[in-house]
Design a binder for this molecule. Sequence first.
Ligand code: PEP
Length: 249
Amino acid sequence: MRQKMAAGNWKMNGTSAALAELETLIQGQHAATSELLICTPATLLSRAAELAADSPVAIGGQDCHAATSGAHTGDLSSDMLKDAGATAVILGHSERRADHSETSEDVAAKTKSAWSAGLIAIVCLGETLAERESGDTLSVVGNQLAASLPDGATGQNTVIAYEPVWAIGTGKVPSLAQIAEVHDFLRQALTTRFGTEMADATRLLYGGSVKPGNAAEIFATSNVDGALVGGASLKAADFSPIIAALDAS
Ligand code: PEP
């Protein structure tokens, strides 16, 4: 059985005051059955990890460099994230693919680095609106999956997040049939490359405008094992009902 997962991506949001939201979230989640993760900005990571110690909420990073150390001003290695208290890292988010020209090959190198530090790699994939409208969704996400995942991926070291670029932060959500089509396709692609055991063990998250009002129906969709949530993870009052919907699914 795959443990369901609710991961929050705070992106470039939050200074010290935001830790109060994390505290509220933690206080309400002692009975949660899903795996919970909040990926804070790097500046909050170690304080967030201290707050979340011995709680059901784990703390993650939002990116790492592929190298272990060196002359990469402004970057963070996977070892640094681990040392600060992270247990996971988001890789290949569409905002990084767009803003920093990250390729799937870059994502694969970062994924290897995350694994070597003992971090779970949350590898993001997703089509643009133009790609969906031209009927290329499955080939785009299939190519991203193939190139972003190195050999050696397991259900323990990797989580896949399907995030249509046009659904992120827009309030637009694909139909449940569209989500199911992609998630079923991803499960099959993992089976073909890595075998049934790995594919059955790997969590497939949906991301893109998940809110308290649409979470339950998304979590009831074929092969959806949880969510990667941006905006609605910033407030405990929004993220908590999403977690409750996932626990109940
Ligand atoms: C995200 O950035 O990963 C995301 C899914 O954002 P939002 O939930 O705000 O659409």
